[in-house]
Structure formats: structure tokens, C-alpha cells
Design a protein around this ligand. Sequence first.
Ligand SMILES: Cc1ncc(COP(=O)(O)O)c(C=O)c1O
Length: 401
Amino acid sequence: MPRGKVDIVMTKARDLGFTPSDKTWANLGQGSPLTSEVEGDSVRITKVELQPNSYNYTPIGGTNELRTRIAEFYNQIHRPNLESKYDQNNVSVTPGGRMALSRIMATLGNINIGYLNPDYSTYSEIMITFAPTCTLIPINLSDTFGINLDIIESKITEFNLGAILLSSPCNPTGSTLNDQELERLVNFCKSNNCLLIIDEFYSKFIYTKTGSILSSSKYILDVEKDGVIIIDGLSKGYRYPGFRLAWIVAPKEIIDKINCAGSFLDGGCSHPIQQFALEMIKPDTAHSEAKAISDQFILKRDYLIKELTTLGFGIPNKVDGAFYLWCNLDNLKPELRDGINFSHIALQNKLISIPGEYFDINPDSRRASTKFKNFVRFSYGPSMEVMERGIGILKSIVAIG
Ligand SMILES: Cc1ncc(COP(=O)(O)O)c(C=O)c1O
């Protein structure tokens, strides 16, 4: 079994003495958002009080209350004027985002599935493990790393794709489909019978208009007939990665199959965490929370872009969402131009970053050559203090000589 890419780096960091509380390290690697209070955000959960029924199994797809709450969230935030509405049977709650993806992949059968490159590193392992009968079709983005719909549409047609998987906002680039593009993609997939599997884990980290939440659900006319599967969860937008709760929103027929997969893969999400999620997923406060988060994160994005470009890193794409910077190393000194070397040297200096080639989605290493060797990903999930420490370390590494 291949080890998860971010896990490889984090294991090396721990071997070298990294702990999250060690103030001499800067973790700009792992994709974890700041988990402490953010001004304007709702109060962080600090207590876990179990109820008598917390000990019991829940339905595989989640408790009725939570599924209803999630369905209402999408209806109220994204579809208030649309007739077709989601209900609890359009929702499946899962133990974290990776399990949401695994459940979905396990239901796909024998189709051509397209995926973008680069994208979230774990897609590779999840596709080969859970969708072994699918033909995997890479869709390489251009050198500017935007999510280019012309390229995507031509691949859907050329390979008669039965499904396409992508993250928007994208991990690792931060490229983000805007409203018009989401509408175009939903409509194109619908008219070409291509299931759209869209990973919206970073939908609250939007910097074009802070406080906005971008979701393809706004452009789905009929929630049962339009083949769109949406994934989101508590790990990023609610800043509770340790709670391990995510959800899938899709037509009922698809949710039914996804729950069948959940019944043998994972058995459902932790019951107490589902009870707490009810306190967090609140349609009426969603925009103010999104604003609190994005107001805070845009400062960190701007700081990091400014400092990194001054140091010679190239940032090829527009960073409208998520909390990552996808950095080209070509203008650094020769020993730092390879992402693996870069990351290794950075680790020796107590800075964690992720080599770009780890986001080269190359299932089973079927392609011999590796892409994105001259890239590295930095996360601006952590606090400004960690960011500044990281930049201090980078300055000493990058200095010529
Ligand atoms: C795009 C994307 N989707 C899903 C996930 C998975 O989240 P989880 O930690 O809940 O499994 C991540 C985590 O980094 C991600 O970046």
C-alpha cells in the first residue's frame, strides 16, 4: 500500500523532532486550517457531552436530523429560488472527506472517469483502490494551472467520460471555478451524461468576495435528474479536521448506492460527532462565518504571496480560494529547484512544505515520467505567527551562496 503523500512528509518531520506545539518549527505543509478562534466566527466547541443514544449506531448515511440540516443548508444558502429541493435522502454523512470519496468511487462500476492533474494527492490511491474497474483518464491543465473548462469539455467529449472528479477551490493550486464557470460545467456535464463529482471542501475559503460560499448546487435545476455529486465536510470550512465528519449531496438513487458502500467500508460516522455537527452547520450564520474565515485567510494569502515572490518563487495561477500556494522553483538556486530536495532541505531547517510531484495524480505510477518536480506547495492554513516564522526560515534557505 502506498503511504499518503502528506503523511510521508509529516512522518519525516516527526522523526526530526517536529511537534505541533514546538515554536521553532513552521508547518506550512499539512493542509490543516487554523483551528483556534477567528474574530467574528461562532464559538469553538470545547466540550463533548454524551447523550444516552450517543452509544448507538446511527443509520449508515447519518442521523435523520443531521441529513435534514445539511439538505436545508444547501436549499437555503444556494437554492432558495429553485423549485427542486434536497431532502435528507439526498445526503450521506461519512467519517471524513476521504471516506466520502472512497464510498463514491466504490459505486462507479465500469466507466471512464476523468480527473484533473494536479489535484488533491489522495485521489490517486482512492481511485485505484475503490474504482478498479474504471478507466482513469488524466486531464492535464495548462501551465497557468487554472481550471480550464475548454480543456475539460474537450476531454469529456473525446473520451466519452462517464464521470469527472475535481476539487474547486483546488488543492494544491487554489484555482477556483467562479459562478459562471460552475454553471457552465454543471450544464455541460448534464448534456453529456457525465457525472460531475465535485469536491467543494474549500467552498468557504473564497477570496474574490469574502463571505461568499461557492457551490455547484446553485446551478442544479433538478436535484434528482442532474448527475452532480457534491462533497464537503467539517475538516476545512468549519476548521474541525479532527472530528472526521463529511457529507455527500447527490440524487437519491446515487446516495442509496453510496450508503450500501458505506455499510461495508466504514459503518457510518461517529454518533456524538454527528450530534455536535448539528451545532455547527447553521444556514443562518454560514455567510458571516465564511466572511470571518476568508477575511482572516486573505491576509495570510497576501502576506505569503508577497514574501514568496520577493524570494524568487513563481506563482503561476490566480489564487481565488482554498489556503495553498503552488510555487514554481525555477528561479531559485540550483539545489532548490527540485521539490523533493527543496522539501528535504526545508525540513532540516524546521520548515514543512510538500513537494509538487506529490500532487501529480499518477495512479499506480502507470506513467513513467513524473510531473511538477519543480514545484512545491505551501499551506497558509496556520496562524500568521507560523507564517512569519516560515518566511524567516525560507529567507535563510533561499539566500544565494
Ligand atoms: C480537496 C480535498 N478534499 C478532501 C479532503 C479530505 O478531507 P478529510 O481530512 O476530511 O478526509 C482534503 C484534505 O486535505 C482535500 O484537500
